[in-house]
Write a protein that binds this ligand. Structure first.
Ligand SMILES: [Ca+2]
Length: 262
């Protein structure tokens, strides 16, 4: 009975040792597992931190670039505002000057000024270059006139290599500005007659935009004893007209061309 008790106590003592050892092993195991897990988690965390650092770095670069661009935009805007202020000041000065000028003009002077400008504008419209223009050349012009008048024995002077052609209404538009002036000139034989009208009109037409047209001086034998000087004009359809006292007219069939200069 005493021995049984002794074995029992011995067994009880060993069981405690075993529990202690198992406890230590379990704690060691748990600690190992924790450390292992912690290492894995730490590695993941490091990767994530590294990735985040990279993103932050990229974001920083984007922000830096945006900052530079914004600064440039701000500088441009400042410059633009300065320029606009300057322009605004200039405009103000100009408006002030015009207001001052307007204040110095009386109503009558203003009306006269408007009327003068209107006349000037009408003249500019009337003399603006012809439209519906095509090109031709000396050879073609020669052929056209030879077919119409037979140039054999005619004093023919085609001075340019190339010519422009336009329509009748465009020439009439130009001549209409002269009608008022011509009406003031009295026809006087030898003093102010056909050759003077023709040469005056030819001079009027010798301005940029019009001088290249196939328009020139022509002299016709109109009967056994009479001659007539006029302007000759070839239109865009290659029809030949005369400009007689500021009017575009058909050339009578019986007239014989004796001199032409274009
Ligand atoms: Ca004359």
């Amino acid at each position: 009975m005493i021995k049984i008790n002794a074995d029992f106590f011995l067994l009880e003592k060993n069981r405690k040792k075993i529990f202690v050892v198992m406890g230590i092993v379990l704690v060691f195991f748990l600690v190992s597992v924790s450390v292992y897990s912690a290492n894995g988690a730490f590695a993941n965390l490091s990767n994530e931190i590294e990735s985040m650092e990279s993103e932050i770095c990229n974001l920083q670069n984007v922000l830096n670039n945006t900052y530079v661009e914004l600064n440039q935009t701000r500088a441009d805007l400042s410059q633009s505002i300065i320029e606009k202020h300057s322009l605004h000041d200039e405009l103000n000065v100009s408006i002030d000057e015009k207001v001052a000028l307007q204040n110095t003009l009386t109503e009558t002077e203003l009306s006269e000024s408007i009327e003068e400008n209107s006349v000037l504008l009408d003249k500019l419209i009337l003399t603006s270059p012809p439209t519906a223009v095509t090109k031709t050349n000396r050879s073609r012009l020669w052929t056209l006139m030879d077919d119409r008048f037979n140039l054999l024995g005619v004093q023919t002077h085609l001075l340019d290599y190339n010519y422009s052609l336009t329509n009748k209404s465009e020439v009439e538009r130009f001549l209409s500005r002269d009608l008022e002036i011509n009406d003031q000139f009295e026809y006087i034989t030898d003093v102010y007659d056909c050759d003077d009208f023709a040469l005056r009109a030819y001079g009027e037409l010798s301005i940029p935009g019009w001088s290249g047209l196939a328009i020139g001086i022509a002299s016709f034998k109109t009967s056994n004893t009479t001659f007539h000087m006029t302007l000759l004009f070839v239109d865009v359809d290659e029809k030949i007209w005369m400009i007689d006292y500021s009017e575009v007219k058909e050339i009578p069939d019986g007239w014989i061309l004796s001199y032409v200069l274009i």
